[in-house]
Design a protein around this ligand. Structure first.
Ligand SMILES: [Zn+2]
Ligand SMILES: [Zn+2]
Length: 365
């Protein structure tokens, strides 16, 4: 078993351009019963990581970011079998990912039955400190040390590491669509935002039989990817002002508005805009606000008059991730990975992710 590992440690919150991540060589703690040491194959850079570096998402410092990971099992502690979340035995050499662990004992887990809102969620890649055992707690590193009882998934064959990395965004949209009661065949869907979450919403809408999908966002390179992945129309927010965007959606929907609007932008003003695009009795999903981006004036009359159902979604559970894998088996999503970096270039990776010319950035240690 390897003895030492390079890891990109975040000591203090500073924006990507200040290159806040520092490579440190860390000792790999010996494995205890049920723990797993895995060598990172690929770690996705998430919009959440960028929000973290701007102080918009609370985390525990110092830490190692990277919560969208694929790794190969190098060693397993003890000799009792370790099972993944589907009950398969994890073996050395398996390609795995792992998900945030919900306690299944708190009020939100038990009474509400909603492990996505667990009060004691254990999340690798920002929510476990790196100055305490087991130290290697995030994917921006050569190795990760997974605590006994972690929610590991052995990756089924036929799924690329790239697809698994995108599964982080996809599982949120699987969860979101579940919360709004799914899409109806033939729905017109508007998606606000063309980052990974928006594009995953697009893939799901297409798969669910949407008659038309309109994607609103920027920059042009991301909108081009949206068209390549099935968007019928795209509207560039840097070229078309708000009122014209609303007008355009109404024109494309016989003046009625869309059946469903999915907010995947994380920009407060998008919510006020998006509600104007929903039809009578339509549905509006807020999925993009993982970081607290602030307030926005809203006209409640719009919601009232059109009887709009507004739903929020927060993260996802293991079930949503496993369901996301079924779509990732069908659609070849690898072209959505636009930028690749080594671990030594980790700060450059975060800068690229922030600039948004990239759709999805990954680190391959
Ligand atoms: Zn993420
Ligand atoms: Zn819980």
């Amino acid at each position: 078993m390897a003895k030492r590992a390079l890891a990109a440690v975040l000591q203090e919150i500073r924006p990507p351009e200040e290159r806040p991540l520092r490579l440190e060589e860390m000792e790999i703690p010996p494995l205890e019963e049920g723990a797993i040491l895995a060598r990172v194959v690929m770690a996705g850079v998430c919009g959440t990581d960028v929000h973290i570096l701007h102080g918009h998402v609370p985390i525990r410092l110092p830490t190692i970011l990277g919560h969208e990971n694929v790794a190969r099992v190098e060693a397993i502690g003890g000799d009792r079998p370790v099972l993944d979340i589907t009950g398969r035995e994890v073996r050395v050499g398996d390609l795995i990912t792992w998900l945030p662990k919900s306690c299944m004992r708190c009020y939100n887990c038990t009474i509400l039955g909603d492990p996505a809102k667990c009060e004691h969620r254990i999340g690798y890649g920002g929510w476990l400190p790196a100055d305490r055992h087991p130290y290697l707690v995030g994917g921006f590193a050569e190795y990760v040390w997974l605590l006994p009882g972690s929610d590991v998934v052995i990756l089924p064959s036929g799924i690329s590491p790239e697809a698994v990395v995108l599964g982080d965004a996809l599982r949120i949209m699987v969860h979101g669509l579940e919360r709004i009661g799914g899409l109806d065949y033939g729905d017109v869907v508007v998606i606000q935002g063309c980052g990974p979450v928006g594009i995953m919403g697009l893939l799901l809408a297409r798969d669910a039989g949407a008659s038309r999908v309109i994607v609103i966002g920027a920059p042009a390179s991301r909108l081009a990817l949206a068209r390549a992945f099935g968007a019928d129309e795209t509207i560039d927010i840097t070229q078309v002002p708000v009122q014209e965007r609303i007008q355009r959606v109404l024109e494309l929907t016989d003046g009625r508005g869309a059946d469903v609007v999915l907010e995947c932008a994380g920009v407060p003003a998008a919510v006020a805009e998006g509600l104007e695009m929903v039809r009578i009795n339509g549905r509006y999903l807020i999925a993009g606000h993982y970081g607290d981006a602030g307030k926005v004036p809203l006209n409640p009359h719009v919601i009232n008059k059109k009887q709009i159902t507004i739903t929020g979604v927060w993260s996802a559970t293991n079930r949503h991730f496993l369901r996301a894998l079924t779509l990732l088996r069908k659609v070849h999503v690898d072209p959505l990975i636009t930028h690749r970096f080594t671990l030594k270039e980790v700060n450059e990776a975060l800068i690229a992710a922030e600039r948004q010319e990239a759709l999805k950035v990954v680190i391959e240690p």
